[in-house]
Write a protein that binds this ligand. Structure first.
Ligand code: SF4
Length: 464
């Protein structure tokens, strides 16, 4: 549906009975971060047990006996949407390998920017790869390390890679969570009943009844074992580069990421949008559900213009929806969103949308809203124009397909058929997100300034 696709969600459980069931529930809470595949690895201290398949969490763990075959009080899970690698079944995570010290499992959210260079190097050295996933590269580097402990080996491996990673690694007696030095992707820790939970977003902790403790810091590994919790630093403290798009669109509004509440930040996006880009004489504010709901509420609160539910989203349209024949085109948008004619008839409206990628979905939506009787459709976007793709773990179309990379705002307005179109500026976006705890942000998809060099032959790419 013409949106960047979130990549993955990870969860780790240490010291909680029926840990695989906890991981399963946590994956449900993180389903929005990846709908292509799901998996869990657990351990009872003797061996590691794995079940992982393509499909949604509910499909992959459809039968009760699957979780019964994942015993132990330590487990980890993964929801996948492929970025590097592709959607082959081989790439489904958690990955599970046999090392000279025993089995190791890994779940990874992010994208390594030097994957191909390192893979070619390792292949020349004799390494064999079973997947095309960048996560396997981390396991290969761990396997080659001669560090004394698993945490030493993991930290040595992480010093050799560049890019975005929030990951969980598990052996028969340890769980280790780690986050890249710039902190692109979120990862937080919670506690419950003397055990620990790590998760991509705090909405998973809430579901499990775990109390949020804090984020795993960028450049930090957190080791959980019988000795308790140890915080280990493997990279110097640097200016952070959290993915600002987590606040705009990816994370759930009920989550806390990068130390702040997503709902609160997303409302601020709406406030700034309303202040900087007002619309006169309109009857209502509507959102493109669900990801734009919160920013639309912020817009409504700032302006006093009533917020109405005028687009109803069908939540049962899965990734498997197949667009019918050409002569019946346009069902894709219609099946997902239906305008409420009784609300829209003869009304002047503001539609709040979180982002525009190709513009094709919004064009159809504007047309459906007009057909439902709206007499004026103004679009306000709660992020700046997306002009560059992401290399840090989000699946964007190529630069060629990004509408704003090649068209002015006026040309986009004309294309989508709106009466007016305005975007949040980069300054307004940065003013909306929290900075009170040393946070810094990656804004590369809006600015083209990439904080970690990427191996691309594109002279429009600049590095921070
Ligand atoms: S390029 Fe955009 S989506 Fe990717 S990490 Fe940076 S802000 Fe996030």
């Amino acid at each position: 549906m013409d949106k960047p696709k979130p990549n993955c969600g990870v969860i780790g459980i240490w010291g909680i009975p029926e840990a695989s069931t906890m991981a399963y529930l946590g994956l449900y809470a993180l389903q929005h971060r990846g709908q292509e595949a799901a998996g869990i690895v657990s351990t009872d201290g003797k061996r590691l047990y794995r079940h992982a398949r393509t499909g949604l969490v509910a499909d992959v763990f459809r039968r009760r006996d699957i979780l019964e075959r994942l015993p132990g009080d330590m487990a980890m899970g993964h929801n996948r949407y492929s970025t590097t690698g592709g959607s082959s079944a081989d790439n489904v995570q958690p990955l599970l390998v046999q090392d000279r010290t025993g089995p190791i499992a890994l779940s990874h959210n992010g994208n390594l920017v030097d994957y191909w260079r390192l893979r070619r190097f390792l292949e020349e050295e004799g390494s064999l790869f079973q997947t095309s996933s960048d996560s396997e590269l981390i396991l290969q580097l761990v396997a080659r390390s001669h560090g004394g402990t698993m945490s030493d080996r993991l930290m040595e491996a992480l010093q050799m890679v560049h890019g975005a990673y929030s990951l969980v690694l598990m052996t028969k007696d340890q769980l280790i969570a780690a986050r890249d030095p710039l902190g692109f992707r979120p990862l937080c820790i919670g506690k419950r009943d003397g055990g620990w939970v790590v998760a991509s977003e705090s909405c998973a902790l809430d579901l499990l009844g775990a109390e949020y403790i804090r984020d795993v810091n960028p450049g930090e590994a957190v080791l959980m074992d019988k000795k308790g919790l140890q915080f280990l630093r493997f990279a110097k403290l640097r200016e952070r580069r959290h993915c600002i798009f987590e606040f705009v669109y990816f994370s759930r509004p009920d989550s806390r990421v990068f130390g702040d509440n997503v709902d609160k930040t997303r409302r601020r996006l709406g406030h700034y949008l309303a202040k900087g880009h007002p619309v006169e004489n309109v009857d209502m504010v509507i959102s493109v559900p669900d990801s734009s709901n919160t920013a639309a509420l912020g817009f409504s609160h700032e302006t006093g213009i009533p917020f109405e539910l005028a687009l109803i989203r069908n939540h049962y349209v899965g990734r498997t929806f197949i667009e019918p024949e050409q002569r019946m085109r346009d069902f894709g948008v219609k099946i997902k969103f239906n305008p409420v004619a009784g609300v829209l008839k003869d009304k002047r409206i503001v539609v709040v949308e979180d982002s525009i990628v190709r513009g094709t979905t919004l064009k159809k939506l504007v047309s459906h809203i007009r057909n439902a009787g709206a007499i004026e459709v103004n679009v306000r976007v709660s992020s700046p124009p997306i002009t560059s793709p992401c290399f840090y773990g989000m699946d964007f179309p190529t630069k060629d397909e990004l509408m704003a990379a090649w068209h002015s705002v006026e040309e986009i307005r004309e294309f989508i058929g709106a009466d007016s179109l305005e975007y949040l500026t980069e300054e307004e976006l940065l003013a909306s997100v929290p900075h009170d705890n040393g946070q810094g942000y990656c804004t590369a998809c809006f600015t083209g300034k990439y904080p970690v060099p990427i191996d691309v032959e594109d002279d429009t790419v600049k590095f921070d």
